[in-house]
Write a protein that binds this ligand. Sequence first.
Ligand SMILES: [Fe+2]
Length: 204
Amino acid sequence: MPANPTTLAAKREAACKALLRKAHAVIDPAGATPAALEQVKALLIGLASKTDLFPREDFAAPVAQARNHMLAEDGEDGFGLYLTINMPGKVAAPHDHGIWCVNAGISGVELHRFFQRTDDGKTPGYATVEELTGATVALGTGIAMADHDIHDTVVIGNQPAIGLALYGYALTRFPSVVWFHPEFESVRALPSRRAAAASATVNA
Ligand SMILES: [Fe+2]
């Protein structure tokens, strides 16, 4: 018998809000330390592994590339939890979100590679990076990144990579995301959304 959609949506909302509460219980006392982020990663893997809560039909697929669906946000400039769908072949160049993030897989496979910047940052538009390690995100696995860690991503195989992403800020209040293009030794920063989001709140 199909699950009652109202019940499922309510269960999902409750589970996502509980995840935010648990993440706060870990991070608020000590900050987003590597150890705290590893604990939150385990929590997020636990939620993502409850795949019945996240049926494909409840989340519209991207037209192309990728799409995010908001699951729970703290408000008050707090955390944001999203279901992400990245289509087969989707790649993202190395980038620094400017805020910590934790990912956990629901289905499909996404490969993440981690980098460190190797230039001194003094030449505008110029940057070099070197690859450090890699990790696969699929059902039962995840990654945790500190505020200024750099990663790139590629979806492996012919199925979308669907997963959960928890960030220290809501996507609508993101800081500047910095994009690196190693083949051109270039770096470009997107504008921060934080100032605009704050003034929109004040003017509302
Ligand atoms: Fe990213």
